[in-house]
Design a binder for this molecule. Sequence first.
Ligand SMILES: C[S@@+](CC[C@H](N)C(=O)[O-])C[C@H]1O[C@@H](n2cnc3c(N)ncnc32)[C@H](O)[C@@H]1O
Length: 354
Amino acid sequence: MDLETALRSQAHACDLLGSQMYADLLDRAADDVVAGGPTAAVLAGHEDDPGPSGLALRLAGSIHRLVLEGSAPEVARFYPSVGGTWEADAGWEAVRDLLAARPDDVRAWLDRPPQTNEVGRSAALMGGLLEVSRLWPGLPVRLVELGSSGGLNLLADRFRYRARDGGEAGPADAPVLIEDAWTGAVPTDAPWPDVVSRQGSDVMPIDVATEEGRLTLTAYVWPDQVHRHERLRGALAIAAEHPVDVRRARALDVVEDLRLEAGTVTVLWHSIMWQYLDRTEQDAVRARIDELGASATGDQPFVHLFLEPTRRTPESRHEFWLVLETWPGRGEVRRFLGRSHPHGPPLEWEDTRA
Ligand SMILES: C[S@@+](CC[C@H](N)C(=O)[O-])C[C@H]1O[C@@H](n2cnc3c(N)ncnc32)[C@H](O)[C@@H]1O
């Protein structure tokens, strides 16, 4: 994908997903590439990068990380994530000056894949976990996650949720409040889940106990989406008190090692990671999930819960569905619990209890 197209298409996506700042910034960066300005020099050599590698997000994340580190104060005053205010013309001029003055500093992060851990997706996952709790009230929950990144969504039961109708659920003093978390009949009357173990995994885990790990996750959150930054800050604070183990492993190795345990419900969940598995790994993970399901009993149920771009029927388009499969007995029934925004809230609950 050529540089201009990479920047313009990401600008358009940011516009649709609610970041006017990145829509402005990346459009101007595209103009600058066409004009042969500093953006072209910084991105030289990346002309043939594949579209899904997210070159524009890598560029934006690298600039943001210089802002967050405090080494680019003249740019920082336009970045809402650090208290600034975005102004399209003056903000772009400051960014362009940075690209011209410190091309090597910006290029230093261009070869890293954008790494995010979207805390807002806990709205969907937690809605599903409440349904699990409704099905098996009081049974202790073992959470196992694939593609956890920093593992922050494994702390979903420690966040507070405010539904669109004003109802709230979760610990009252939680440092994370997910606003507008749910619409519809999320089973908030179910007992709050008793999570007794949490195991994360990722091929490239982020260690949120380190400054570098926290900086990485923060740098790829779009700077004008301050609610996402607030959620991330709160979740990092919880993780500092309640560390979650995220092992370096691919999804297939995790499910191959997984066993069910008597007296607990094992919940295998994942969000926005399936597309990164090749077809062979997807098929093998799927086969192992069915095998685990077959080993489930009333005393050791098994749940597969995921938020992934999914087609509800072969004819329908991909949407961000929260899907629930449960065993014993009902794994063949996929329940489409609700649809979500790619970054999380709101989960629009649609399930009519099967
Ligand atoms: C878009 S991120 C989503 C992270 C997190 N689940 C969330 O919703 O915020 C996708 C994650 O999947 C991980 N990943 C990619 N391929 C994987 C694989 N084969 N097995 C396990 N994790 C993988 C990536 O390293 C990345 O952290």
